[in-house]
Unconditional design. Structure first.
Length: 142
């Protein structure tokens, strides 16, 4: 029984990293079961460049407390940073950091506000003017 579980866990880890390499935006809902945290680089790929500093600060908190990161995404104009089991203080620190995302442009990092338009995004005035152009070409940016 133990050998089967170890084999299953090793296969799940191999499959996750294989899929992550092929599909960088692959959903990571089973990452805590596998026992691995989402790498910092993969977490930065899930949101715009303007929030890279916020995501980095969240990762600093999780690294300090050895917490598993299960998901990083943008939802309703704000940063969502989900972690596994942690002390209440860790959740409070991450909440404070993610609340700042409603005041920072997701694309460039300048001051912004949540804007509607089919999809709620936190953008500055300049990025909102080019909203339709950049959302689809985000992967093409260097």
């Amino acid at each position: 029984m133990i050998e089967y579980f170890d084999w299953r866990r090793r296969f799940a880890r191999w499959l996750y990293f294989k899929l992550l390499r092929w599909y960088p935006r692959w959903p990571t809902r089973y990452i805590e079961w596998v026992g691995w945290s989402i790498p910092r680089g993969a977490g930065l790929e899930c949101v715009g460049r303007g929030w890279a500093g916020l995501v980095g600060r969240c990762y600093d908190v999780t690294d300090r407390h050895h917490v598993v990161v299960t998901q990083v995404k943008e939802k309703f104009g704000g940063l969502r940073f989900y972690v596994g089991s942690a002390m209440p203080g860790v959740f409070d620190q991450i909440d404070e950091i993610t609340k700042e995302s409603y005041k920072i442009c997701e694309r460039c990092g300048e001051p912004g506000v949540p804007r509607k338009g089919g999809w709620i995004l936190t953008l500055c005035d300049a990025c909102d003017a080019t909203r339709g152009e950049w959302r689809w070409a985000r992967n093409a940016q260097d």
